[in-house]
Design a protein around this ligand. Sequence first.
Ligand code: SAM
Length: 246
Amino acid sequence: MKIEILTLFPELVEQVVRFGIPRKAVEAGVLQLKARDIRDYSSDRDRRVDDRPYGGGPGMVMEAEPLAAAIAAAKQAVGEARALVVALSPQGEPLTQQWVRRLAQEPALILLCGRYEGPDERAMGAVDLELSLGDFVLSGGELPAMALVDAVSRWLPGALGHEQSAQNDSFVAGLLDHPHYTRPEHWRGQAVPEVLLSGDHAKVARWRLKQALGATWLKRPDLLAGLELNEIQAGLLREFIAEQQG
Ligand code: SAM
């Protein structure tokens, strides 16, 4: 997958592929990331890309022309007529695991990071999709773009080892992940649940499913409300709730 990030802070977004899974994705050859400086498309002597808002008021607005030129250059560079242009915006659809998995199927993404009050609305005609990191306002789209790159890279083939399949992560099956434990077996008076030491894979799988259902019930009941549990899942959740209440 090719990803172009259009930004005023290329050196900031480049950091995302210096560490962890995104770095592995680059090393495995399944991710190519380029940060493109929007200022390179300014016609201003001082490389300005913002101006005062029509109608007055505080803040500055990103000019349409440098944005359109940066998007066009990125499209040409990725060589994909189908490159999806995504603007990071607090007004966008919430970035969910479903979106991440859909975006991971794309051959190329162009991520547009806003600054100031955001882009001139007329530049938004070149944008296919707006995505938000949540109902809060950041000062720029760089951190959301980096979050998106990180999340997407987990789904690129070869980026995660077998032992870390993204399939087990929270939200993939509509539930939160089950709790995890590692050595030592006893730590400050707390023991690892016995079933995890049993070597019985079926029992471990049953316990993990029950804990995933329980964690979702405790921490994100809204997720459970949107799921139709099968008989086994419903039974395990009843067991978990009974244990909590007993
Ligand atoms: N005036 C805009 C508004 O209230 O809708 C906010 C502009 S914000 C200060 C500047 C840029 O930060 C936005 O253009 C966007 O790229 C990015 N940004 C801020 N919050 C974001 C969020 N929750 N999700 C994604 N991007 C965000």
